[in-house]
Design a protein around this ligand. Structure first.
Ligand code: HEC
Ligand code: HEC
Length: 468
């Protein structure tokens, strides 16, 4: 799968044409023509037929459905095994519930974990769905060609390239942008699902599984221990590190192989393939979601299939500082000096000195978003209507979003004052000023929410009329 032109090309362009491109972007012009080689999607005007159907049905390239491998089946057992946690009562599924798109069933901003299940987390739990195509963390388009380039070199390149404004109808710019993208967690601090699973297993705020030795001991005594020996050879049971590493590998295989992590059976997927019709409200919502003068949501939450029929994941996997308001429901936030700065810390450390990334978080998928109960990295909102109001009011009516301190609106109050300039004020709908008309009407927002509901998986075509 190759969504981007080879990175070598981008690097060359960046080095040779950087200055020109920067100037063009500054002057508000488009990127040089060569940049269009990184174009990821066709520019067909968006339309919905009067009956709600898709005028350009596509064949989606969906992941093949095969029976799970033995390793993935072992991963499934581990995913639900509460014995691996310090408390003995928590598994991956406690926070990533398969009946709730692998997100929590409850509406808490953060979940409780730890040995006594009373230690509050610091971030909202993301869904585990649709991560199977997530690229490694990089700055600029990622693929094999840039593996020899270090992150710090990319940082230096990115510093010279100006980020181009993103709009829903022109995502070329965003594909070529030398901005942070890819990775897992809200701050991209790990790359693979295998690395990732180690995080919650050992995190004292989450499963609190203790040391590698402790976990290995539990795995050796588990009813499924012989499966490790059968799959990886008997020596695996004698090597704690190896044993834990194979367990993490199995957890990753489960998430990659099991179709429940990427079912692609939403109404929108059916619509794309010409097998469903939008209601009038959904159709209006779809157009507003893509309209740069309204939601412009698709600029970051990409909703068009790739040229090779790859179904859209509703994220460009880039990082953005949106300046969402501080959430007093997170206990860590009682400390006025504590700030979750995303890319620049405190949970990832390698970019701590890249202060212009402070406040940036990964753009999440919007698939199954209507089933979620806590939104944004800090779970500050619990209803989609509040999220839409944030996008609508942040710049035009900020007093509706942020607290008033000493008679002034404390804009971007979840960031220290020195990082507030990092917040995106370029990409619509964030390009407006206080007092200007908000980009969306109430009806637009209701329509967009109706469209978002078409992204819920498990959609079934209405039963055909007549006897079966
Ligand atoms: C106590 C709740 C909790 C438990 C238990 C838990 N997680 Fe998570 N999970 C989280 C939170 C919170 C995040 C986001 C953390 C961050 O961004 O720093 C997360 C993030 C993830 C991600 C990254 C998702 C993304 O969109 O980038 C994956 C994958 C994941 N968890 C898998 C697992 C696996 C596998 C287990 C079991 C070994 C597990 N989790 C157990 C709370 C939990
Ligand atoms: C400039 C890029 C950008 C645009 C435009 C944008 N978003 Fe987002 N969206 C993000 C990022 C980044 C986050 C995560 C921010 C955070 O948590 O701090 C996010 C988070 C969300 C979430 C929370 C999802 C979750 O699981 O927590 C929803 C819902 C959402 N966006 C919907 C929309 C809608 C609807 C629009 C259009 C009105 C829109 N977005 C426009 C970048 C964007």
């Amino acid at each position: 799968m190759r969504r981007y032109a080879p990175f070598a090309l981008a690097l060359l362009l960046a080095l040779s044409a950087c200055a020109g491109w920067v100037a063009a972007a500054r002057a508000g012009g488009a990127a040089p023509a060569t940049q269009t080689q990184t174009q990821t999607q066709k520019q067909t005007p968006l339309r919905v037929l009067p009956d709600g159907a898709n005028p350009h049905p596509v064949r989606l390239e969906l992941p093949a459905r095969r029976p799970l491998s033995a390793v993935a089946r072992l991963g499934r057992v581990l995913f639900f095994d509460t014995a691996l946690s310090g408390s003995g009562r928590m598994s991956c599924a406690s926070c990533h519930d398969p009946r709730h798109a692998y997100a929590p069933a409850n509406a808490r901003s953060v979940q409780f974990g730890g040995g006594n299940l009373r230690r509050p987390g610091v971030r909202a739990v993301p869904s585990l769905e649709y991560l199977y195509r997530q690229q490694n963390f990089s700055i600029g388009p990622d693929n094999e060609e840039n593996e020899t380039v270090t992150l710090q070199q990319l940082v230096a390149l990115g510093r010279r390239a100006v980020r181009v404004r993103k709009t829903a109808r022109d995502t070329r710019a965003s594909a070529a942008n030398l901005v942070p993208q890819g990775g897992l967690f809200w701050d991209g601090r790990v790359n693979t699902l295998q690395q990732q699973a180690g995080g919650p297993l050992f995190n004292p705020l989450e499963m609190d599984g203790g040391s590698v030795a402790t976990l290995a001991r539990k795995l050796r005594r588990a009813p499924y221990a012989s499966r490790f020996a059968n799959l990886f050879g008997p020596a695996v049971l004698r090597e704690p590190r190896l044993l834990v590493s194979e367990a993490l590998f199995a957890l990753a295989r489960y998430q990659i192989e099991d179709p429940s992590f990427h079912p692609f059976d939403s109404k929108y997927d059916a619509w794309l393939q010409g097998k469903a019709r939008f209601t009038p409200r959904e159709a209006r919502g779809y157009l507003a979601f893509n309209d740069p003068r309204k939601g412009d949501c698709a600029a970051c939450h990409v909703d068009q299939p790739g040229p090779d029929g790859q179904p859209p994941l509703f994220t460009d996997t880039q990082y953005e500082a949106l300046g969402v308001p501080r959430n007093p429901q997170i206990p860590a936030n009682r400390d006025a000096h504590y700030f979750d700065l995303g890319l620049c810390g405190p949970y990832r450390r390698d970019l701590a000195r890249q202060t212009r990334y402070c406040g940036m978080f990964l753009t999440p998928t919007l698939r199954n978003v209507a089933t979620r109960h806590a939104f944004f990295h800090n779970g500050v909102y619990h209803h989609l209507a509040q999220v839409l109001a944030f996008y609508d009011d942040r710049d035009t009516r900020p007093w509706r979003i942020y607290p008033i301190v000493d008679g002034r609106v404390d804009r971007f109050d979840d960031l220290p004052a020195r990082y507030r300039a990092n917040v995106d004020r370029v990409d619509p709908p964030f390009d407006r000023q206080r007092g200007q008309a908000p980009p969306m009407s109430r009806r637009d927002m209701r329509d967009i929410i109706a469209f978002l509901r078409t992204l819920d998986d498990g959609w079934h075509a209405p039963a055909a009329t007549g006897p079966r």
